[in-house]
Design a binder for this molecule. Structure first.
Ligand code: SF4
Length: 267
């Protein structure tokens, strides 16, 4: 199929600001699905609220645009009812780790077969630039004009600690390798987390004087390093990108199916 066959053109033009990274992520999600030769009808995309969550409206899969922070809860319900479908869950950092943080750690703990794509732009863009759990101490936001006093945490570390069996990080600068990571995440049997560092030039970039969208993407090039590289030992400030965990572990729907069989006396 052509890429445009995945787009709901009736919802164009999109709402994203010039230079926003979300378009790169949406484009690469399409390319990953196309490369995997998956059928549109076998994919359900579930999102909550936020600029990133608009992806579910723009793409022509089965889609659910749900409540803020609750995308993984809805996705869990869909997966339990129709485990043969592939469920993609695009979320922002606030959506996934603030109001949806509880759902996030428990989806990881259960290792349910969902693909969580977390676009981390370190701010709430849609609602006007409030700081998120990923903004980081000292960063400026609409609600932190003198500097944020909250510490950030690491999404990949959190996902691994909570039990996700596939965890990766990439950036909008690394668009080509992002496609391969998304392909692996989509095909992985278990809870997959792909954190994507993505620029919000309108709020996080402007408030923190990070320059243009291009400048922000260049910072992803210079400020990250492949996981396990020597560069990280020399400069601990570098952010690692790549696949951190990719393991076979018991998957929740399969385990649940086994319980049903036991209850029915089927062995
Ligand atoms: S506010 Fe930020 S995240 Fe939202 S569309 Fe604009 S650049 Fe993208």
């Amino acid at each position: 199929m052509a890429i445009r066959d995945y787009i709901r053109e009736r919802f164009m033009p999109h709402i994203w600001c010039p230079g926003c990274g979300h378009g790169i992520v949406m484009n690469n999600l399409i390319r990953a699905v196309e490369n995997l030769e998956l059928r549109k009808r076998d994919i359900v995309m579930v999102s909550g609220i936020g600029c990133s969550a608009r992806i579910s409206g723009y793409l022509d899969f089965h889609t659910l645009h749900t409540l803020h922070g609750r995308a993984l809860a809805f996705a869990t319900g869909v997966k339990m009812a129709r485990p043969e479908l592939r469920i993609l869950v695009p979320m922002g950092d606030g959506d996934a780790t603030a109001i949806g943080g509880n759902h996030f750690i428990h989806a990881a703990r259960r290792n349910i077969d969902l693909t969580a794509v977390i676009m981390n732009n370190r701010i709430y863009g849609m609602t006007g630039g409030q700081y998120s759990p990923l903004s980081g101490r000292g960063k400026a936001a609409t609600t932190a004009p003198l500097g944020n006093i909250d510490q950030a945490f690491d999404i990949a570390d959190l996902a691994m600690s909570a039990g996700a069996s596939f965890v990766a990080r990439t950036t909008t600068y690394h668009a080509v390798s992002m496609i391969k990571i998304l392909e692996k995440a989509i095909m992985h049997k278990g809870f997959s987390v792909v954190e994507i560092l993505t620029q919000c030039p309108t709020y996080f970039g402007r408030k923190n004087r990070l320059g243009s969208a291009v400048d922000m993407m260049k910072a992803y090039k210079t400020g990250t390093t492949p996981v396990g590289s020597e560069a990280k030992k020399e400069d601990p400030e570098l952010i690692e990108r790549g696949i951190f965990v990719e393991e076979d572990r018991p998957e929740y729907c399969t385990e649940y199916e086994n319980i049903i069989k036991k209850a029915m006396g089927v062995h």
